[in-house]
Design a protein around this ligand. Structure first.
Ligand code: HEM
Length: 227
């Protein structure tokens, strides 16, 4: 799929380039790689079995709930976190609802190795440089843009209407506006160059981490983990 980041020039972060532009440009190649990941391709096409889809939701539940909990706690020191990530952006409730719809519960499988590594990294970052959690969250919130398309195929593949697909399409017809609002809130932050760099680094890490989690969930790997 043609992506808006194509043809953009990478910035070194200097000057008055806003944080959202920096994030989009710095992670453009990783986004393309994410789209082309074998697991994401199968997911996009609705070729995962229903069980594989539910297993993916379970893993996403761990990823989202870990990051969201750390964002909530760390906002005591860095209120900017919940100035950007507002209540409507928290997805744990949707994940629990989607899982419940399928008769599944969060935590019923052990996490995959890459999810465990991710969770440890988030905990460290929350202690050492909490503002960087915004870079990780940018990746999750931004992914709603693509998930909205994917949700059509998922609805068709598993015969869903609303429940079971809330995480992928949380805002319905408001997706575009919610993304613009999020970008605006992030863009209004007064960040030092070091903070901006840390946010961009964390976003890059997040793309890598989610790619690894997707690899863990490839059917042949799943035979070895998390049952
Ligand atoms: C087959 C899989 C995917 C497709 C088809 C897809 C498609 C898209 C599209 C069309 C947009 C642009 C929306 C717009 O600005 O109008 C977008 C944005 C974005 N996607 Fe994806 N995506 C996919 C997978 C992913 C994955 C796996 C991630 C995260 C790991 C991700 C993260 C993002 C982010 C962060 C943005 C926002 C970019 C920005 O800053 O503007 N996407 N995606």
């Amino acid at each position: 799929m043609e992506h808006p980041t194509k043809n953009a020039n990478e910035s070194n972060g200097a000057g008055d380039v806003g944080i959202m532009d920096r994030l989009r440009v710095a992670t453009a190649k990783q986004h393309d790689d994410a789209e082309n990941h074998e697991f994401q391709q199968a997911f996009f096409a609705g070729r995962l079995t229903r069980d594989q889809y539910v297993r993916y939701l379970e893993e996403l539940h761990r990823v989202y709930s870990c990051l969201e909990n750390q964002i909530r706690s760390a906002s005591a020191q860095r209120p900017e976190l919940t100035q950007v990530v507002i209540e409507e952006n928290f997805r744990e409730g949707d994940l629990v609802d989607d899982l419940e719809f399928f008769g599944a519960k969060p935590g019923s499988h052990a996490p995959t190795p890459s999810t465990e590594t991710f969770v440890s990294h988030v905990e460290v970052l929350a202690r050492t440089n909490p503002i960087a959690l915004l870079g990780m969250h940018y990746v999750l919130e931004g992914s709603n843009n693509g998930s909205k398309f994917i949700s059509r195929n998922i609805r068709r593949a598993y015969d869903l209407t609303d429940r079971g697909v809330r995480t992928l399409d949380p805002y319905g017809g408001d997706q575009r506006q919610k993304w613009l609002d999020y970008k605006l809130r992030m863009g209004e932050l007064d960040l030092s160059p070091d903070e901006s760099d840390a946010i961009v680094e964390a976003a890059k890490y997040m793309f890598t981490a989610l790619g690894r989690v997707s690899s863990d969930l490839m059917p042949e790997k799943l035979q070895n983990v998390g049952t």
